[in-house]
Design a protein around this ligand. Structure first.
Ligand SMILES: [Zn+2]
Length: 94
């Protein structure tokens, strides 16, 4: 998997919405030693932990899942990814 492809999957990876083959491809990329993706995942995980403090612990609503999938398929910068997570937080609060 190319770095660019891996980048597109990072949000989904952290959110747990990847298909098995996508997750495996990304894990292979990480095992190959990509510091950039690893750092991004760490940052996104911290962000996700923040957000889990502001949303009730429950199965994500279809809208939230849709938002995550939209973010995953939309090319966004790392700053953009952070915005996506913030948006889910607001969406979930209604
Ligand atoms: Zn990478």
């Amino acid at each position: 998997m190319k770095h660019e492809e891996a980048q597109d999957l990072l949000v989904g990876y952290v959110a747990g919405t990847l298909e098995a083959d996508e997750r495996e491809g990304l894990q292979n990329h990480l095992r190959a030693g990509c510091d950039v993706c690893e750092t991004t995942i760490r940052e996104l995980s911290e962000l996700a932990a923040d957000i889990s403090l502001c949303v009730p612990q429950q199965t994500p609503s279809p809208q939230v899942k849709e938002g995550i999938m939209a973010a995953v398929t939309r090319p966004c910068s790392k700053r953009g990814l952070e915005g996506c997570f913030r948006m889910f937080c607001l969406l979930d609060k209604g």
